[in-house]
Write a protein that binds this ligand. Structure first.
Ligand code: URA
Ligand code: URA
Length: 216
């Protein structure tokens, strides 16, 4: 408090007579976050990328999907989940009566790791703040973490995805539910049954929370 008073006195000496406290803790918008990211060189992944993959969808979405990092198709187009796994994700979204455009889709990393290797800790550290800002701007009712890597990173746990999935966890002012990654489903089609269970739980939770998606 004493430091704050000193700061304010200092501003006063500089001739400041009005402070706009309304803007003091304003949440940045998605375009502002993208602008802050710029032509990012904060980590080594910028060297190999074609495009930054920021995110797509409804800036006021009730439901947000978070994957791991762009793959080759996403890197080429600058849009998340547009390859084979992405087409499956689109159908998973449609399975609960929603369109891709109604939700928001992003990744923890905005640039493609070489040969799609797992993100490295320094890359996550450089990049995750932008995802947190996106979540704050969108303020979704639910975040869906896609796959082991996103679930363990966002929840800061080493628990297996098979144990994490299908449950709701308090997360950044809302709830987070992990499910299997669509790439995993392409390799293990029988796991689609669990993802369908998770999607039904997501639809029920959105309804319970009064989401406009399912308003009568
Ligand atoms: N896998 C991901 O995790 N994200 C994408 O955008 C594409 C594939
Ligand atoms: N392993 C993963 O990395 N992700 C899944 O979704 C399932 C298994």
């Amino acid at each position: 408090m004493r430091e704050l008073v000193q700061q304010l006195n200092f501003f006063g000496e500089l001739g400041v007579t009005h402070l706009n406290l309304k803007n003091l803790n304003r949440v940045p918008t998605l375009p502002e976050i993208r602008e802050e990211m710029g032509e990012c060189t904060r980590c080594k992944l910028h060297r190999g990328r074609q495009n930054i993959v920021f995110g797509v969808g409804n800036p006021e979405a009730d439901l947000m999907f978070v994957g791991e990092a762009p793959g080759a198709d996403e890197d080429a187009q600058g849009i998340p989940f547009v390859g084979r796994a992405g087409q499956l994700l689109t159908r998973i979204i449609q399975s609960i009566g929603l369109q891709r455009e109604q939700v928001y889709i992003a990744n923890i990393l905005k640039c493609r790791p070489p040969r799609n290797r797992d993100p490295e800790p320094d890359e996550v550290e450089s990049c995750e703040g932008f995802l947190f800002q996106q979540i704050q701007a969108i303020d979704p009712l639910l975040v869906v973490a896609l796959g082991r890597y996103a679930a363990q990173t966002l929840l800061q746990t080493q628990t297996a995805i098979s144990r994490l999935r299908g449950k709701f966890y308090p997360y950044r002012g809302g709830l987070l539910i992990p499910t299997f990654h669509p790439s995993y489903l392409l390799r293990n089609p029988r796991a689609k049954r669990e993802v369908w269970e998770d999607m039904k739980a997501i639809r029920a939770k959105l309804t319970e929370l009064g989401s406009s998606y399912y308003a009568p």
